[in-house]
Design a protein around this ligand. Structure first.
Ligand code: ACO
Length: 434
């Protein structure tokens, strides 16, 4: 705790209360208001958490003004260029990039858990074929808690670790199964001789009738997309996982709650929404008309893939994806007019005063959909891929929270604005309405 303090004054009574400042290693420090209610009898109100740090965390640092994203001190561009997704997963879970021995051991531990219990296959059959794969994921990931009773004691560090390994290992298997179910194709079992990204592509795209070997460039692109989505500080889904976990709920159920939150179009669902929006715009000549709609407060249309609560600069993940998109599309031999349209839309929006004044830049979802589409994923799968990657962040954040000394259940308060006490009237005396 630093020696810095903040003093709050009640303007009516002149009373003063002093609160300590918690220093960060990078970025804003925080006023520790934990004793505020006991001292003053007042709460703070911050419904969208725009000025509230819900926890201290050493996993991910974002400087939204500068467009910086780091995991455990490593820059996202450096990680995307020079590491694999499982190395990033190790970094988030354990604090550092693994050395050679740690890397081999971690990969072995994850690979050991890639299969799912055979009974889980029956869960899928209960869903309609046209179910959204995110709906399926919410259900089957939560259902994992009914299969792995040997790793549900959250106070046992080894059980926590096994649950984390199981989740990281099984989430691609379940995601691929949800795709196969949607397509009406047989489930494909994982292959432990392949890398994490390669195995995922294999489970998604191979069929028993044909040999499937993804190109190294495709595997690299998949791995990079996973790295870019691995963690992102205290966003809506991560905060959901932490809040669910704060009640000591089991980790599989907590991750299912994160998947539910991620699904929303204001969060992870935006990557699907971007492609739907580009399809709707259709041609570059229509861009001005859609920009006007996005700026009109009476029109619910927003420019999907634009804007971010924290980034008031170019999202660094979008920058990496934008620069990879050409290479990936070239490698796949795809000439997608959507990419051209997206670039045109971006350059026109970035010149527009409305977007300049509000510091609205492309976020990670703006280009990811185009790359995923080129790879052959249907749009419904985009958010599922995000969930596969983000599971690493969610479970690392959950583990960090459980391991924090003095951990307490998360219990926000409210400013009550409903009716005050009134009597229950007999039915015949209740007033008519309308
Ligand atoms: N299109 C048009 N206007 C926008 C957009 C947009 N995409 N995003 C923000 N604005 C405007 C708002 O209307 C508001 O204008 P005002 O000041 O005149 O009222 C101003 O910019 C500030 O926006 P807020 O809604 O206050 O920003 P907030 O931080 O609450 O929301 C969010 C951030 C949800 C990401 C928002 O920018 C948005 O809806 N973007 C589109 C959806 C999207 O791409 N989501 C993915 C986010 S990244 C992720 O989750 C991985």
């Amino acid at each position: 705790m630093s020696k810095k303090t903040f003093t709050l004054t009640n303007d009516q009574t002149g009373e003063n209360w002093t609160f300590p400042v918690v220093e960060s290693t990078q970025g804003p420090s925080a006023i520790d208001i934990r004793p505020l209610f006991a001292k003053t009898g007042h709460l703070t109100l911050d419904p969208g958490f725009t000025s509230t740090a819900s926890c201290s965390s050493g996993l991910t640092f974002i400087d939204g003004d500068e467009g910086i994203l780091q995991h455990r001190g490593y820059d996202i561009r450096d990680l995307a260029e020079n590491t694999s997704f499982l190395e990033v997963a190790h970094t988030l879970l354990y604090g550092d990039l693994p050395n050679r021995k740690e890397k081999e051991e971690f990969e072995k531990n994850i690979i050991y858990h890639t299969m799912v219990h055979e009974q889980i296959h029956h869960f899928f059959r209960g869903f309609r074929r046209d179910a959204h794969p995110m709906a399926i994921m919410c259900g089957v990931v939560g259902a994992l808690s009914s299969f792995y009773h040997d790793s549900l004691d959250i106070w046992d560090p080894r059980q926590r670790e096994i649950s984390a390994h199981r989740l990281i290992a099984k989430i691609p298997t379940l995601a691929a199964m949800s795709l196969k179910y949607m397509l009406g194709q047989p489930f494909v079992y994982p292959r432990n001789d392949m890398s994490y990204a390669e195995n995922f592509l294999h489970m998604c795209f191979s069929v028993p009738a044909e040999r499937y070997q993804p190109s190294p460039a495709l595997v690299k692109a998949m791995d990079k997309i996973l790295i870019l989505h691995a963690d992102h500080e205290q966003n809506a889904s991560t905060s959901t996982v932490r809040l669910a976990g704060s009640s000591q709920a089991n980790p599989f159920a907590c991750i299912a709650s994160g998947i539910a939150s991620l699904w929303g179009p204001a969060h992870g669902g935006a990557n699907q929404a971007v492609l739907e929006m580009l399809k709707q715009i259709g041609h570059k000549n229509n861009i001005p008309q859609y920009l006007e709609k996005a700026k009109d407060k009476d029109d619910p249309f927003r420019l999907m893939g634009f804007g971010h609560r924290v980034y008031k600069n170019y999202d660094p993940r979008a920058a990496v994806l934008k620069s990879s998109s050409d290479a990936v599309l070239d490698e796949l031999g795809v000439d997608d007019p959507m990419l051209e349209l997206a670039r045109e839309l971006e350059s026109i929006a970035l010149e527009d005063d409305y977007f300049i004044e509000r510091k609205l830049f492309p976020n990670v979802d703006f280009y990811s959909g185009i790359i995923l589409k080129a790879m052959g994923f249907p749009t419904e799968m985009f958010t599922v891929l995000f969930a596969v990657a983000r599971t690493v962040g969610w479970i690392s954040q959950w583990k960090e929270m459980i391991e924090e000394p003095g951990h307490r259940i998360g219990r926000p308060r409210q400013v009550y604005n409903g009716p005050t006490l009134r009597p229950v009237l007999p039915l015949k005396k209740r007033p008519a309405k309308g």
